[in-house]
Unconditional design. Structure first.
Length: 98
């Protein structure tokens, strides 16, 4: 489940997926594209324009993984939680600018 971040209507960014290798590093797919929203402001159709693959080394990946749980994290799936953490980390580190 991707989390979409509105840049300008109808432009959005998202972390569309990630995977970890045996060494603990992480590969992240970051996309920017256009989207259609329904009446509840949920993205129903996302069309990527640009896909960029980002790399987090094992130390960076551990920083993301080992963050303590917050009250607002309760009820989220592991994937949803990780995508939000990865996005916040990469934005905070200047790895993504949009």
């Amino acid at each position: 489940m991707a989390t979409f971040n509105k840049i300008l209507n109808p432009l959005y960014s998202t972390i569309s997926g990630f995977n970890m290798d045996q060494g603990g590093s992480m590969n992240v797919a970051y996309q920017i594209g256009t989207a259609v929203e329904n009446e509840e402001n949920q993205v129903t159709e996302f069309n990527p324009i640009v896909t960029e693959y980002k790399y987090l080394d094992a130390q960076q990946a551990m920083e993301v993984m080992m963050q303590p749980l917050k009250k607002e994290d309760i009820g989220k799936s592991f994937q949803e939680l990780m995508i939000l953490r990865i996005y916040d980390y990469m934005k905070g580190q200047g790895m993504i600018q949009v």
